[in-house]
Ligand binder design. Structure first.
Ligand code: C5P
Length: 405
């Protein structure tokens, strides 16, 4: 299967910092998106990760020496810096930032950075005092003025025991930034997307509620993938334990009715993906005091009423209907037949059907096998991670709007 970033090339410069181990994870995240990576490991960086780890993960030789005859014969430092579509420095140490700001070129990393004519992204990582030091902040301002892109650093506990800004951004966040820079405009740039995710929570009284086991993982991954593909994305989410994806507008809600209202205010949209597990029912009346358990008194009876169907409402809007409305059908048996019927009943354009019976481990898990059902056609996708399902879906949506499918 192809990815939006297949064939794109990143030159990753790994500097000397404890965060260098996260760069190994970054290489994997990039590979998942179809990006080819070559790495330069600085002398300081090689104290934290080995050339062998980087070579194994990138599938390419690791470059370390400016004056290596063999390296220069195979791919010289100028060629290396031109080969890439994007140069990424992660971790970018205080020293590397200083070198970049002042135009030093006394080792392979700094020379490649001077020789490149491609965009450069740095992910700074250093002790909080080094980050806040006037010299680093001056260098940062110079680099920003030079058009260098910067991701992070984050606030948090540091390996040195201090707390504050200086932690390298997480690999996922750096990968998303790389995806954004590589995709330039992105195949969905200019499109607006609305995604629902997670469960809804329907109160019984001020302290109790009805909910379900939806983790929100698939919906969050879809919002992230759409944003990475360039879509202006709003994610309306029920309560979940997930962080907001980068560059996504997150609207948190609890009940189905709040979710519908938030979706309506997020319109107009070109694309709506309803991945939320909306509670089918809510309690009819909501007492404003906790229902007391009184000895000898009858057990309370909950009267339920139907919740609005958000997917159906969006799909059947007479004015301002999103051009592509996509629903999910989580089924435990007769997956295709039920999903096909659901598509017709709800009036959406596509249904993503999946088998959520216990043995599949889909609910709360990280993998999914889905079928895309559109008018008169069906695509069976292989077992993929939920992130991969999301990226394939974003690519599929982009092809749909490009008129190819
Ligand atoms: O009817 P069922 O819940 O199986 O349909 C699943 C699809 O409908 C999902 O896309 C889900 O997000 C959406 N849905 C909704 N509002 C509801 C119920 C389901 O948007 N009240």
């Amino acid at each position: 299967m192809s990815h939006a970033l297949t064939g794109r090339k990143v030159l990753l410069i790994v500097g000397g910092g404890i965060a260098a181990y996260k760069s190994l994870e970054l290489v994997r995240r990039l590979a998942e998106r179809g990006v080819e990576t070559r790495a330069i490991l600085t002398a300081a960086g090689s104290h934290f990760v080995t050339p062998l780890s980087l070579a194994s993960l990138t599938g390419n030789k690791v470059h370390q020496d400016l004056f290596s005859l063999t390296d220069e014969a195979e791919m010289g430092h100028i060629e290396l810096s031109r080969w890439a579509d994007l140069v990424v420095v992660a971790p970018a140490t205080a020293d590397l930032m200083a070198k970049m700001a002042h135009g030093h070129a006394n080792d392979l990393a700094s020379t490649a950075l001077m020789a490149t004519d491609k965009p450069v992204l740095i992910a700074p990582a250093m002790n909080v005092r080094m980050w806040t030091h006037a010299a680093t902040q001056r260098n940062l301002a110079t680099l920003l003025a030079d058009g260098i892109h910067v991701v992070g650093p984050d606030d948090g506990a540091m390996a040195c025991g201090e707390f504050g800004p200086g932690r390298m951004a997480e690999p996922d966040v750096i990968a998303a930034e790389i995806a954004r820079l590589l995709s330039g405009a992105g195949p969905l740039s200019g499109y607006r997307a609305l995604v629902t995710a997670g469960p809804t929570l329907e109160p019984i009284d001020p302290v109790r509620f009805i909910a379900n086991r939806s983790s929100g993982k698939q919906g969050y991954a879809i919002a992230r993938a759409l944003a990475e593909a360039g879509a202006q994305t709003t994610l309306v989410s029920g309560p979940v334990a997930l962080a907001a994806p980068p560059r996504v507008k997150l609207v948190k809600v609890e009940t189905a009715r709040e979710m519908l209202a938030a979706c309506e205010s997020a319109l107009p949209a070109d694309i709506a993906v309803c991945a939320a597990a909306v509670a089918d029912w809510r309690t009819e009346d909501l007492p404003n005091a906790k229902i007391k358990k009184t000895a000898g008194k009858a057990v309370p009876e909950l009267r339920l009423v139907e919740n609005p169907d958000i997917l159906k409402t969006l799909a059947q809007l007479s004015k301002g209907r999103p051009r592509l409305v996509i629903g999910f059908a989580a089924e435990t048996h007769d997956v295709i037949a039920h999903a096909t019927e659901k598509r017709a009943r709800k009036g959406c354009d596509w249904i993503i059907a999946n088998d959520v019976s216990a043995a599949t481990g889909v609910m709360g898990g990280d993998q999914n096998t889905v079928h895309l059902i559109s008018a008169g056609a069906r695509e069976d996708w292989p077992l993929l991670s939920k992130d991969e399902v999301a990226r394939q879906l974003a690519a599929r949506i982009a092809r749909h709007f490009a008129g190819a499918a």
